[in-house]
Design a protein. Structure first.
Length: 803
């Protein structure tokens, strides 16, 4: 006969639930606490999925796929235009944009301004050559200034300041020096020689006549460049030298080839070539080049805004249709193969029906949205049913429900962006993202169930393409299985390998089913799928840090960090309360083994055990595991004070945990591992020693609670009790230890301490069997208190104040 006695905790029968109104039913499912917020979260999830449904995807002819056989004859019920496919329309619009040549504006004022600036410079130099007398010049701010030259340096600096450039010293001296004898040589050459004056080799300077001719040549060369045109865009930005561009001068516009207009680099080369053709003297060539390149600026300016407007206009002018199907015409006959053309006609028919309904107005407009909402609810009902039956803690927690909704919406959002905005292939859908996040943040069962729901939801959004759903569910399942036992972040690479192999397997399998080339699946589809897996994994593990912080969630990685013995709280506990530290380690081992036996989170149970008694660091000497043999401080104080001291380690522990930023889940185990237990030893002692008129309240000798809420918390409570009680057994045997373990479990059960956690009778039996092998090797003699001579009642005295 089963010795565990427990009150009936059977769930409310479904037939009774459905007798209530929908609101009462919803409150029963979601709980009354924060009911409105939970409803809003679920409503947001459904509305978000509905809004992310592709706008007018055809639904009536979902079975009519390209390459399949039509099951029925389809006739046009009305005359409708045949729309071009998205790909065809995009290609034609791109082609129309490419036919629009870039627009450039030619500014004639640039030539005039730069010619005037050049003439001004040459005028100043000419004036300096003629006379060193003071002269008037215009400074950089446009103000007239009087200048009295003192030296060539001051003259040079004045001109450099005005025009903002610095001519090399030797060229400056060549331009500004005067040579009186040069005039006679020049006149003689002019009179006696028939050769071109530009071919002579000069001395250290030029005559005034030569300088005038030099200034005129520079002006001619500069104007020639502006007449030809200088673009502000490099030619290597164009596809070829014969790429057309539109050049607009005022109101006139002409089309030119790129090769007929220079860019800045070509203009500099052209100036250098012209100077070499004009002059033989390198001094003239170098001085002219340095001056001209300073005044060389683009005068054919790219008009990006107008070009963009014209391209957009050309793109929007491309017709979206390419013909009509008349009412009564046969679109496809029964048993006829669906071709791309027929498929596009069916899509066009569905779009026309949608437009007709929208134009007519009425309830027909909202019916598709209502239908999508009901469909989304139906697909998510599978997931919500599992959560209600197996993870009610999610429905009872706004934080957990918000996390679940956020992950699903992120997954659907990525699907919509990748497929319907960026037009990526369907295998880029990052299903691995939600599978990994839900498995790591919740558990593998929830991850698997959610993967199925989300996979088929995306399949519905993808034009009810359930081949896509099958691929996503299979790959997502592999992702869930490969991350369930992650203990290091580096394991991401192992999971990536399995996900890639899963994609390869399912894509090749589907290619066999569809009689298509599996080489296409490997060369065209698999690279996108693997890229999606890599992206999903990286984003998932990046989001873990964010979600852990925002939603205060414990992941495997967080628990592994907390299990490190070098954690500051663990080090402090080992120093200040070594007995408690040793006790916590043993409780952790017991809890881990018991959790494994009932498929609970063993790592969570172990980590919770390591921190459940950190509050004992405040007054460690009042807890038996830290006391020296024969010295018990509770013998010198009142029982009520002892109870206050024992209960205080809960408050102190919570304060330390909060200060150290332990996760909320780990903090909850500090008060829950005692629940509302009675400190029976001190309560009975108080009753024995009280005065006749004194009243003793049992509540003063109970821990503040709350009771354990989860399986792991209940396991920690039991492990804590049996570990403490084991050491009080004299001459322990397997029978005595088994009796003690059963006594502890029955006591907690009968006191109702386990009523709020999810431990079943079968779980408690497995926990008992898991404890015993470990406890057989862990015991030592402790002080036996009065009333502990019998093994069965041993559990309600000593352990209470040792903990």
């Amino acid at each position: 006969m089963n010795r565990f006695n427990v009150r009936n905790t059977q769930r409310h029968p479904l037939q009774t639930i459905f007798k209530h109104s929908p609101i009462i039913f919803a409150k029963f499912i979601l709980g009354k606490k924060h009911f409105a917020v939970k409803v809003l979260l679920l409503f947001t999830l459904i509305i978000g999925c509905v809004l992310l449904f592709p706008g007018s995807e055809f639904t009536r002819y979902t079975e009519y796929k390209v390459g399949t056989i039509s099951p029925d004859e389809v006739r046009a019920p009305l005359t409708f235009p045949v729309y071009k496919s998205k790909e065809q329309l995009a290609d034609e619009r791109k082609e129309a944009e490419n036919l629009i040549a870039p627009l450039f504006d030619k500014n004639s004022n640039v030539a005039q301004v730069q010619e005037a600036n050049l003439d001004e410079l040459m005028g100043y130099i000419r004036q300096l050559r003629l006379s060193p007398k003071p002269f008037e010049y215009t400074d950089v701010e446009g103000k007239k200034q009087n200048y009295i030259p003192q030296s060539y340096d001051s003259l040079k600096n004045a001109i450099n300041k005005r025009f903002g450039f610095n001519i090399l010293e030797d060229r400056w001296q060549f331009l500004i020096n005067r040579d009186p004898s040069g005039s006679e040589a020049y006149e003689k050459v002019k009179k006696d020689s028939a050769r071109s004056l530009r071919k002579i080799t000069l001395g250290k300077t030029m005559t005034h006549t030569q300088f005038t001719e030099f200034a005129s040549d520079l002006s001619t060369i500069l104007l020639d460049q502006f007449v030809l045109g200088i673009m502000d865009v490099e030619k290597n930005n164009f596809k070829s030298p014969i790429s057309p561009i539109n050049v607009r001068t005022g109101k006139q516009e002409s089309t030119e080839f790129v090769k007929n207009i220079n860019d800045m680099e070509e203009a500099r080369y052209r100036i250098q070539d012209l100077l070499k053709n004009y002059y033989a003297d390198p001094k003239l060539i170098n001085a002219g080049y340095e001056i001209l390149t300073h005044f060389l600026v683009p005068n054919v300016i790219s008009n990006g805004e107008e070009t963009k407007r014209r391209k957009k206009e050309a793109s929007t002018s491309v017709p979206q249709t390419y013909g009509f199907v008349l009412a009564g015409d046969v679109i496809v006959r029964k048993n006829e193969t669906i071709t791309p053309k027929i498929h596009q006609q069916l899509i066009s028919l569905e779009s026309t029906w949608a437009e007709k309904i929208n134009m007519e107005g009425g309830v027909g407009i909202i019916l598709p949205y209502i239908g999508r909402g009901l469909l989304v609810f139906s697909l998510l009902f599978f997931l919500l049913s599992y959560i209600y039956l197996n993870r009610p803690d999610i429905l009872n927690s706004v934080r957990k429900l918000a996390l679940l909704v956020s992950i699903i919406l992120i997954e659907i959002g990525f699907y919509y962006i990748f497929i319907h905005i960026l037009n990526f292939p369907v295998y880029v859908i990052p299903i691995v993202l939600s599978s990994v996040l839900l498995t790591v943040l919740f558990d593998v069962r929830l991850g698997l169930i959610a993967t199925v729901s989300i996979g088929f939801l995306i399949g519905a959004m993808q034009g009810y393409e359930y081949t896509t759903a099958i691929v996503l569910v299979f790959v997502g399942t592999i992702a869930c299985v490969t991350v369930v036992n992650f203990s290091r972040r580096s394991h991401i690479f192992t999971s990536l390998l399995w996900v890639s192999l899963a994609y390869a397997f399912i894509l090749v399998t589907m290619s066999f089913v569809k009689y298509s080339e599996f080489s296409e699946a490997l060369t065209h589809q698999l690279p996108y799928a693997v890229a999606s897996g890599i992206f999903s994994m990286l984003v998932a593990f990046g989001c873990l840090v964010l979600f852990e912080s925002l939603f205060d969630v414990c992941t495997t990685f967080t628990l592994l960090e907390l299990s490190d013995s070098n954690h500051p709280l663990q080090q402090q506990l080992a120093i200040k309360a070594p007995g408690t530290y040793h006790h916590s380690i043993i409780v952790g081992n017991l809890a881990k083994t018991a959790a494994e036996a009932i498929d609970a989170n063993s790592l969570l149970a172990r980590v919770g055990s390591l921190y459940h008694d950190i509050g004992k660091m405040d007054m460690p000497e009042y807890f038996a595991e830290n006391q020296m043999a024969g010295h018990n401080k509770h013998e010198t104080i009142a029982p009520k004070m002892s109870a206050l001291i024992l209960a205080s380690h809960i408050k102190v522990g919570l304060e330390l945990a909060e200060k150290s930023k332990l996760p909320k889940l780990i903090r909850s185990y500090i008060p829950e591992h005692h629940g509302n237990q009675l400190m029976s030893y001190f309560y009975h002692k108080a009753m024995e020693t009280k005065l006749p008129e004194e009243e003793i309240a049992e509540s003063d000798f109970r821990y503040p609670g709350p009771k354990p809420k989860t399986k792991e918390s209940g396991i920690i409570m039991l492990a804590d009790g049996v570990e403490a009680a084991t050491h009080s057994i004299k001459e322990p045997t397997a029978a005595k230890i088994r009796a003690m373990v059963r006594s502890i479990i029955e006591s907690r059960l009968q006191d109702g301490e386990l009523n709020e956690c999810e431990l079943s009778i079968g779980d408690l039996k497995k926990i008992e069997e898991a404890f015993i092998p470990i406890l057989l090797g862990i015991y030592h003699v402790r002080v036996e208190y009065p009333g502990q001579s019998q093994i069965m009642p041993i559990t309600e005295s000593e352990p209470q104040f040792m903990e």
